[in-house]
Design a protein around this ligand. Structure first.
Ligand SMILES: Cc1ncc(C[n+]2csc(CCOP(=O)(O)OP(=O)(O)O)c2C)c(N)n1
Ligand code: SF4
Length: 503
């Protein structure tokens, strides 16, 4: 008791600085110091009179009062508020332009007990991010969105936003916004309230103290709803941007009241009692369980172990034109990798044409988790045609290998640093009965040359995928033919380029 009294006295003493009682101060939810710039640790980067500062304060105070600081993850946008993470002492993620609701969705779904906030400007939310906000709202994601509508792009110097008023000048509507040319302002709160799922949608304004108090209540309510497990909540905050509007802070606030509010009426558009829904946790299953390949993986283990001591990480690029089984070959390799317990990735790239357009894919096989599926310098290039050879040969890592689907290199082809092996795979496949299996001949060559995956795993995958028994038999022969070609022609009787194999 005595200790408690002392504490209170100390607190009171602290609050009476220079004879003043501190009844209003920076929310402790903000960092003590803003580390963004060494010489500006006591102030934000916002312009004087900017509504973002006020909106931040309302959010910080609500989180503080509700005791949610440690549970909160704040997703900041691209726009003037991009640096919100320097101010809020919460979890922070900074999303790509317009994508904050998608990031917030992912965070909330993986961490349902967190309070996830998507904070966005009007350019971010209503222009580049229109799709994200509409679909997050429509799915009823259990996130809270604070939409700061200042009717302009602030950060980039005053371009027209979807919410710019009719008659308002901007750098991209210098004669002012005219509906015939630039369309009408988008009313996001009204638009989202046509959807079924949202539980709470309100528009508030930072125009005067009375409205700021209403905004405070709306911010708090939206967060409370999320805390209580309700669905999507959205607060649109009409906000001054004195700098771009060319007004002083007081005029800017007045402009919010006199111009923005009539155009964007303040209202509670949705306030639905959340219905109690039993939350069903998503199934926590491994990829191999989900794809039902665990048993197959088991059977491939022996084969995998046989060659495991050879294994190092491989990056493989398969390139050719549509119809050559380029993407399929990549998929088969990744499936094989999965069955051998490796980390795998497959990244396809193809043109709009289903046939004959260029196509390539990147395959990573690794014992470690894969950072990026994009490969700049593959260890192996499987070039299914001359265009791909010419285009990608120079990208192959020094010491890498190129498997080229022809019996010889083009005469004028400048040899890269990599080793090149010419394989007349299309002719070999044709002799086996179907040029469709050219990619499998190349697969056989790849496995034999690099030993990156076990041939037995390849057969296991083919047996599961190819339902036509005749074709399966041709595939089996194609795989063997590719392997034999490397064994017999390359290892035993190597021919030098340009009419055969180049080293
Ligand atoms: C993909 C992409 N496109 C465009 C930009 C340029 N850009 C940065 S912020 C911004 C608009 C910001 O306006 P708003 O969302 O209204 O936020 P404010 O700055 O007014 O708070 C734009 C277009 C970008 N950074 N990235
Ligand atoms: S430009 Fe406008 S929105 Fe951006 S910080 Fe300045 S006042 Fe705020």
């Amino acid at each position: 008791m005595a200790e408690e009294t002392t504490k209170t006295l100390v607190q009171e003493a602290e609050q009476r600085r220079n004879g003043y009682e501190v009844i209003h101060e920076k929310s402790p939810l903000f960092y003590d110091r803003y580390e963004r710039k060494a010489d500006l640790q006591g102030q934000t980067h916002y312009c004087p009179g900017c509504g973002h500062g006020v909106a931040h304060k309302l959010i910080a105070e609500a989180l503080q009062e509700l005791g949610l600081q440690d549970r909160t993850i704040f997703v900041s946008p691209v726009g003037c508020s991009v640096f919100a993470y320097y101010y809020f002492d919460t979890g922070n993620v900074q999303a790509a332009h317009g994508r904050a609701p998608a990031c917030a969705t992912a965070i909330k779904r993986t961490c349902p007990d967190k309070i996830v906030i998507s904070y966005q400007g009007d350019g971010d939310l209503a222009a580049i991010g229109t799709a994200e906000i509409v679909h997050a709202a429509n799915r009823g994601e259990k996130i809270t969105v604070f939409f700061v509508n200042n009717a302009i792009y602030g950060m980039t110097g005053g371009q027209m936003a979807p919410t710019t008023l009719v008659g308002q000048k901007s750098t991209t509507s210098p004669w002012d916004r005219r509906p015939t040319n630039e369309g009408f302002p988008l009313h996001m709160a009204e638009l989202l309230s046509t959807l079924e799922a949202p539980v709470y949608i309100e528009r508030v304004a930072l125009s005067d103290n009375k409205n700021i108090m209403k905004a405070r209540r709306a911010v708090r309510k939206a967060l409370e709803l999320q805390r209580d497990g309700a669905g999507f909540s959205f607060v649109e905050i009409l906000s001054p941007c004195p700098t771009i509007w060319g007004k002083d802070p007081v005029e800017a606030r007045r402009w919010v009241a006199e111009k923005l509010v009539p155009a964007f009426p303040l209202n509670v558009f949705r306030d639905r009692k959340p219905e109690p829904v039993e939350s069903v946790a998503p199934p926590q299953r491994t990829v191999s369980d989900t794809l039902e390949i665990s048993a197959k993986q088991q059977s491939a283990t022996t084969a995998a172990l046989e060659h495991a001591h050879h294994f190092r990480d491989y990056t493989i690029k398969v390139a050719g034109f549509g119809g050559q089984g380029v993407l399929l070959l990549g998929q088969l390799l990744t499936e094989m990798g999965m069955r051998e317990g490796l980390e795998v990735s497959w990244l396809p790239s193809y043109g709009p044409e289903m046939r004959s357009g260029s196509a390539h894919c990147h395959v990573c096989l690794s014992k470690e988790r894969i950072g990026s599926p994009l490969i700049s310098h593959p260890d192996v290039l499987i070039a299914m045609n001359e265009i791909s050879l010419r285009k990608f040969a120079s990208q192959v890592a020094p010491g890498g290998v190129i498997l080229y689907n022809r019996d010889r290199l083009p005469a004028d082809f400048a040899l890269p640093q990599a080793r090149v092996i010419c394989i007349p795979a299309a002719e070999m496949a044709d002799r086996l009965g179907s040029t469709k299996v050219t990619n499998i001949v190349m697969m056989g060559a790849l496995l034999e040359e690099t030993e990156c995956l076990a041939p037995a795993t390849a057969m296991g995958v083919l047996e599961d995928k190819i339902k036509n028994l005749n074709l399966l038999e041709i595939d089996r022969q194609a795989l063997a033919a590719g392997r034999n070609f490397i064994d017999n022609q390359v290892r035993v009787g190597a021919v030098s380029q340009p009419d055969g194999f180049a080293y």
